[in-house]
Design a protein around this ligand. Structure first.
Ligand SMILES: Nc1ncnc2c1ncn2[C@@H]1O[C@H](COP(=O)(O)OP(=O)(O)OP(=O)(O)O)[C@@H](O)[C@H]1O
Length: 511
């Protein structure tokens, strides 16, 4: 086992909510290396807030949470009023695994952002929990217990000096919760790290705890209480906790390997090391597939262009009531005009709208889910520059994809126009169509006209603005799936509106 001998010392901790109400007053406590402390208190008393603070996730400063006090951990001494803690690695209640990455990638990304490659002993400790999980398993195919162990292993690989567990036993039955408690104890003792466990249901975790701290909602202070389940329950009742009985259904797999280092465990050798550029590329590839080239997307965009090419050509030559006479008289000019409108206005607009509507829904849903399932919080806690990877990959792919699919749409719409024209004028040859249709789009010598530059600008800009709007809308606070659904609808409406505006303004100004 790896060892680390840093005690966590908190002195004079005060926390105020953004509303100004005091949550914690003048709390002072120490957690020694390898010591496990349970943090209990009524619902809403501030336990998770303390975990977030220690994990560097509390938004402090103007308009946010107010924090005072000092933190010492090894040679780190922080003034909590002005500095973020970052000493704690959090195991989130809902695991917050990155479900677009495989089980192995969840560990790799944590190890690659830990600041230094994991020491062999740390790697062995963390992956000893995973012997029964295939390295290439998807997160979705892991059992509840396997996910819990993956989340613990991922936090261990981040190698923070303090381990923080936010209600790890919620939803577990007594046997499973005891098993989890033993697992946590083995890890903390073996690694010599202090651990703070937030727990509602203290009985199951009490046997592995060294001490219990109660967040007293009357005085707003942290007080140490005896390790006696009945006394703690009585205190919580006095504080009018209203804590609910467990109704959970999750399971922790009791077959989880213990601490023994299984020589056949493939995990340690699979972790390796990759650069940040690799992870950026990983997210670029993921979003390139999702936003630019997924087959359904290509079919949908192609169908839009096909219909647009047909409609503009078919109805373009049926606009007058003078039948064939005028049609043939105005043929060449009509073809030039249709080519111009189709190539610079109609197809770029329809292609942008289809692209933005589809992708804004995906982006808002994707980001919204990451917010709701605490994935961004987990990434922040693990030191992963998630927003940089994900947001820049999305925006780059939005612009690149919009331009790529514009070219595809122009090609398909042009072909469909040509075939439609040929249906109407079977006696004419295609050379005539080509000569007139592209007259205002392509110069002699094969270069496109400067107005096509404006077309690229409006398509690229509208995709960029729409993508940014979807990120902002998806990234807002989310407390339910319904809110994600509402965000999807909002991001489609705003994205399409922005697209219409950008196209209208640039078309009017430039054509
Ligand atoms: N982002 C926020 N903005 C404002 N207030 C918040 C925010 N998050 C939590 N709170 C409030 O801060 C208080 C402490 O919340 P916290 O989640 O820390 O409680 P808790 O003790 O962990 O509760 P539980 O045991 O029910 O999970 C609660 O009253 C809660 O309503």
């Amino acid at each position: 086992m790896t060892t680390m001998n840093n005690a966590l010392e908190i002195a004079g901790l005060g926390i105020r909510r953004p509303t100004g109400a005091v949550l914690v007053r003048d709390a002072t406590f120490t957690i020694k290396p390898a010591e496990i402390v349970l943090l209990v208190g009524p619902s809403g008393s501030g336990k998770s807030t303390i975990v977030k603070l220690l994990g560097g996730l509390l938004e402090t400063g103007p308009g946010g949470w107010g924090v005072t006090g000092r933190l010492t951990c090894g040679d780190r001494k922080l003034d909590l009023e002005s500095e973020r803690s970052h000493v704690g690695g959090i195991v989130f209640q809902d695991h917050a695994l990155f479900n677009d990455l495989s089980a192995l990638e969840n560990l790799r990304i944590a190890a690659d952002h830990a600041g230094r490659p994991p020491a062999p002993a740390l790697l062995a400790d963390a992956t000893a929990l995973l012997g029964d999980i295939g390295v290439h398993k998807t997160v979705a195919s892991c059992s509840g217990g396997q996910r819990q162990r993956l989340a613990i292993a991922r936090t261990l690989l981040a190698d923070r000096p303090v381990l923080l567990f936010d209600e790890p036993n919620s939803g577990l039955d007594v046997r499973m919760a005891r098993r989890l408690g033993e697992l946590i104890r083995d890890l903390c003792v073996g690694m010599g790290k202090p651990a703070l466990i937030v727990a509602h249901h203290v009985k199951d975790l009490l046997p592995v705890a060294d001490r219990v701290l109660l967040l007293d909602t009357r005085s707003r202070r942290l007080v140490e209480v005896p390790k006696d389940a009945d006394a703690i329950e009585a205190e919580l009742m006095k504080l009018d906790s209203g804590s609910a009985a467990s109704t959970g259904t999750a399971q922790i797999d009791t077959a989880a390997p213990q601490n023994g280092k299984d020589r056949r465990n493939p995990w340690p050798s699979s972790i390796g090391h990759r650069s940040r550029l690799y992870w950026f590329g990983r997210y670029m590839a993921e979003y390139f597939w999702e936003l630019c080239v997924s087959p359904l997307m290509l079919i949908y965009m192609g169908a839009g262009a096909l219909i647009m090419g047909f409609v503009s050509m078919w109805f373009g030559f049926h606009y007058n009531s003078f039948g064939g006479y005028l049609k043939s008289l105005l043929h060449d000019e009509t073809l030039v005009g249709l080519g111009l409108v189709q190539g610079t206005v109609a197809v770029p607009l329809i292609s942008s709208i289809l692209f933005v509507a589809r992708n804004n829904a995906i982006i808002a849903a994707d980001i919204g889910n990451r917010v709701l399932s605490s994935q961004f919080k987990a990434m922040d806690n693990l030191g992963i520059t998630a927003r940089t990877y994900i947001y820049s990959a999305i925006l780059i792919n939005m612009v690149m994809g919009a331009l790529m699919l514009l070219v595809l749409s122009l090609g398909v719409a042009g072909w469909s126009s040509m075939q439609t024209w040929h249906l109407q004028f079977p006696q004419q040859n295609f050379e005539l169509w080509r000569e007139h249709f592209f007259q205002k789009l392509i110069l002699e010598g094969g270069h496109v006209t400067p107005r096509m530059g404006w077309v690229l600008l409006k398509v690229g800009l509208s995709a960029l603005l729409a993508g940014a709007a979807a990120i902002v809308i998806g990234g807002g606070r989310k407390e339910s799936v319904l809110e994600i659904n509402a965000a999807i609808a909002r991001s489609i409406i705003i994205g399409v509106t922005l697209t219409l505006l950008v196209h209208a303004v640039i078309s009017v100004l430039t054509l």
